[in-house]
Write a protein of this length. Structure first.
Length: 435
């Protein structure tokens, strides 16, 4: 099958300082020669004049990476030109006329995977790194890109293969009286492996929050100042503020960078006995968000102390931060009871943000250990664990061995060490054009 040579603008579209075009495929070097009249030394940035159809397009730099020593494992060319729309449009048209095809989203990384330059976890890490908006997300993506998760998963797969080999050897050594010892060894290995997988799955659920955002719900009675506090923290008008109780009817979200931590802050309906169906639905959603949130910010009206509302007070637990709002018009309270703030003036906001950052850091700090950062990873591990839970060396050898084969196949899907064609569209659909 003929492999198409593809191209894409790898830098941000529109007006800018530099436009980077990436080409990959068997015709990359010939295309560069057609455009510049030059054959370049590998990995050496060279100034070129880009021309096509007798017309100059631009003056810039070109780099050539011969196969297989490139990101995709194919011939790769990069053209670094001036970042104007007219230049990008002219070069794109020229590449089309030379027979190249525009790349699909994630196609460069997909080719790198197919050419054994990347496993699926590293490919996903590239997408995460491109999407990273905070320091914590960047650190986690780099850790996965360095191959920690791939090494962990491959270690599990090799352990399963060894267990499979020992299981199949039981029948060969049964006459020599050591078959029972082998069976005991295999069972111990499988149990240890299952314990490790379960621990990593629990850690993975926590680490996935770093990808999607750590959820903090703002909860409290009507008119406690929840919406005003959200707007103050966000630094902009996210939620509608009104003196009328029950203004907030739905969950309102905003995304924040909390000193390097990705946070999804949610304002919710005031907690009280609802007077109408719409408000009741809003309160039900608030309670549901309280259940699913990683942290709860419980807001009380400090001007009404000590008559704090019982419903909000009942939510105080180890995952909650108590906030007394309207500190500018109320008497101070014991600092151990909660944080005094004023959404109107900003009083106490620094202390609140510091507490939020501390709580998030304590719960979501990225350890040096690799983790299963996606639902896809955890689904594969759960399938593997299901197969291992069926494993029993006392079964007929063929049945016991089949359980281990299914477990190894399931775990291999994480990195792509088995047939994963059906997964590729899902994995690479998240990528931008040019990656």
């Amino acid at each position: 099958m003929t492999v198409a040579t593809i191209f894409a603008l790898a830098s941000a579209p529109g007006r800018g300082g530099v436009a980077v075009f990436r080409l990959s495929g068997p015709a990359s070097a010939d295309t560069l020669h057609s455009l510049t009249g030059k054959r370049l030394q590998p990995r050496l940035a060279t100034r070129v004049r880009v021309r096509h159809g007798g017309e100059d397009i631009d003056d810039g730099l070109a780099l050539y990476f011969p196969a297989p020593h490139s990101f995709t494992g194919e011939e790769v060319v990069e053209l670094h030109l001036h970042g104007g729309r007219a230049v990008a449009a002219a070069l794109s048209q020229s590449l089309l006329e030379l027979g190249l095809r525009p790349a699909e989203a994630g196609e460069f990384s997909r080719r790198a995977f197919l050419n054994d330059k990347l496993d699926l976890t590293r490919a996903e890490a590239i997408a995460d790194l491109v999407d990273a908006e905070t320091a914590a997300q960047r650190r986690q993506a780099l850790q996965q890109l360095d191959g920690g998760l791939a090494a962990l998963v491959e270690g599990w797969r090799q352990d399963l293969i060894r267990a499979l080999a020992l299981t199949e050897a039981i029948i060969d050594f049964s006459d020599e009286g050591i078959g029972d010892d082998l069976a005991d060894d295999v069972l111990r290995q499988v149990r240890a492996l299952m314990a490790d997988m379960r621990a990593k799955t629990r850690e993975g659920q926590r680490r996935e929050r770093l990808r999607d955002g750590i959820h903090i719900a703002i909860l409290g009675a009507p008119n406690a100042g929840k919406s005003s506090l959200m707007n103050r923290i966000a630094g902009r008008e996210v939620a509608i503020v009104s003196a009328k109780a029950g203004t907030t009817r739905d969950v309102i979200e905003t995304h924040l960078d909390l000193h390097g931590w990705p946070v999804v802050l949610a304002d919710t309906a005031g907690l009280r006995e609802a007077a109408e169906d719409i408000e009741a639905e809003g309160i039900a959603r608030a309670l549901a968000r309280a259940e699913s949130a990683d942290l709860k910010m419980l807001v009380f009206d400090a001007s009404l102390l000590p008559e704090r509302d019982a419903q909000t007070r009942s939510m105080i637990d180890e995952a909650s931060i108590v906030v007394f709002n309207k500190a500018d018009v109320a008497n101070p309270v014991d600092s151990d009871a909660g944080i005094m703030v004023s959404a109107r003036t900003g009083l106490g906001l620094d202390a609140l943000l510091a507490r939020l950052e501390s709580e998030v850091a304590n719960r979501f700090a990225v350890s040096a250990e690799p983790a299963l950062t996606r639902a896809r990873h955890r689904a594969a591990v759960e399938e593997c664990l299901a197969a291992l839970s069926r494993f029993d060396p006392a079964k007929p050898v063929e049945l016991a061995a089949e359980d281990l084969r299914q477990a190894a196949q399931a775990i291999g899907r994480i990195t792509g060490r088995v047939d994963v064609e059906e997964l590729l569209d899902v994995v690479f659909a998240e990528f931008c054009i040019g990656k």
